[in-house]
Ligand binder design. Sequence first.
Ligand code: G16
Ligand code: MG
Length: 212
Amino acid sequence: HMKGAIFDLDGVIVDTAKYHFLAWRELAAQLGFEFTEQDNERLKGVSRMESLRILLEVGGLELPEEQQQKLAESKNAKYVEYISKLEQSELLPGVREYLTGLREQGVKIALGSASKNAAFILERLGIAGLFDAVVDGTKVSKAKPDPEVFLTACRELGLAPQECVVFEDAAAGVAAAKAAGTGIVGIGRPEVLGEADWVVAGVFELVQANNK
Ligand code: G16
Ligand code: MG
């Protein structure tokens, strides 16, 4: 019986992956190489600096640490420009209903995201008030697949990992949840999320299952 629900942000609550992609692609273009949607798959759930490392690998570039910091800042400025225009209608289908339903059942809710922009995004989407705890890239140092983000979320909810379920769309996130010892619902395609206990196409399917 689930006492706590921990949600990934990007790909589960909102499709910000497309804005991450646009910002990374612009950066790659400035550096003189192409960055495809397929390359972008490797960045999902991965921290900003690790994403940049992968991007530079795709472009075959090796740059000094100082310049990498500047590039990461420049990508983030582009990304923040996109998410400043984020609309509440971009909340993925079923998310508000599902979170509200869980709260009514007394389930505690946390965010477990790698993003340093998570709090801002929750505000923009008008759902910040639905969370009992927000654990994001500003609070943890070890990125998924390390379990730190989810273990911190369990601790902030005052629950044991075995009492919590993680909702994740990325392979790195599923691995992190597995290492933390929580239950796992994969959101997306079973090919990518094979390690999850249960895989659904989107949160909307969970709302339908609850109403049965
Ligand atoms: C998200 C995205 C990643 C992104 C990371 C860091 O993680 O999936 O692609 O690189 O956050 O984001 P930022 O640059 O905003 O700090 P999650 O865990 O919400 O899927
Ligand atoms: Mg994600």
